[in-house]
Design a protein around this ligand. Sequence first.
Ligand code: CAA
Length: 407
Amino acid sequence: MHELLPKRTQEYRERARDIAERVVRPIAAELDRTGQYPWPVVAALREAGLSGLWIPEEYGGAGAGVLDLCVVVEELSRACGGVGVAYAVNALGSFPIILGGTEEQKRRWLPPIAAGEKLIAFGLSEKASGSDAGSLQTRAFLDGDDYVLDGAKKWNTNGGVAELYTIYASTRPDRGSRGISAIVVEKGTRGFRIGKREDLMGIRCVPVHELHFEGCRVPAANLLGGVEGKGFGNAMATLDRARPGVAAQALGLAQGALDWALRYTSERQQFGQSVMSFQSTQFRLADMAIEIEAARQLVYTAARVIDAALPGASKYAAMSKVFASDLAMRVTTDAVQMFGGYGYCRDYPIEKYMRDAKITQIYEGANQIQRLVIGRALTKEAAGLSSKLEVEVEHFPEPLALAEEPA
Ligand code: CAA
């Protein structure tokens, strides 16, 4: 029920849907085949004023919220999951600046992202530190007016096409995650090299690269917030804001797969009737529709919790990502099944949805990590709950004596 969304969000959704249908859908299969970056979509988003939606107005953005971001990502992903993440990853890369940058840094880096002139990427993961992000090995030490970076990043979405990279590096290795700092590195900086491009199962139009830093000198003014050791908290707070975007990508993929399944099963004739007229098909389609709507409400709620700065953002963001991405995997797999042999074939659009959906269970924190985040939040809630329950238990009446069993 998109009509229940605020008017402004509905308008963003209409603009995103128009781009998804007019620009994205016609080229989605070609982008998947060639791995080309969706530059025509970047241009269309810029023209539609959607480029830096989430960036505050004073830095050239629309000052929109995470809910608006999610709705746009959902609509783009309905047509192509790769395009959805190509857009959303700019929010992942710029949230660290919005959350932790100095005024000068925000004025310097955010306006070109808001205008759609520059893309940005987020560099946290490394070969040996994925889920355990705090164990990263990239080092940065202060030398005169520069930080010197050494190390390598892995799984950098938008790698190569981005002009700006928010990089997490340890400035104090003896302090563990409290020694991690965030530093913005500009493309073209000496000692910064874009490495191998990953050959991915899905989201194939978005380049995912290794990044290499070899004696890379970056002005000390690029240290986010101007203070060392704030990087890990900044990365975690960023992921809290960005994970509903992954959930929205998964949601869009699930909705897009359902759209195709409805169309195919209503047109495909077997045993003298449409496949949709079989009750087993209708029941599965009904379950898909129920679960997608439930996921949508959870994704929007997580986004609203963040936009309203309510407590519980980490938990809601993680819940939305787990629920929507697991659902997207189920729905897209079942949609492939409904297409039968054609579903397994690249001539038809549906197998791409399944390939694109898989990554949403893995990146921006594998779903096992999301459950860990939710579990930790519940543990804290449980601690608060047991003291309250004790009070109530005291007032609980004595248990009634059991009536004698009749002989
Ligand atoms: N917000 C702010 N601060 C937070 C926080 C949050 N949500 N969560 C933790 N912190 C702070 C803690 O308060 C603590 O601070 P102090 O040291 O000052 O006390 C510090 O961070 C360490 O906290 P933990 O002990 O809880 O950290 P941990 O080592 O146990 O790790 C984790 C927690 C949740 C497992 C975390 O490592 C994590 O999220 N891992 C997954 C990383 C991830 O999502 N990577 C994906 C990167 S993006 C990508 O996939 C590529 C792409 O381009 C799309």
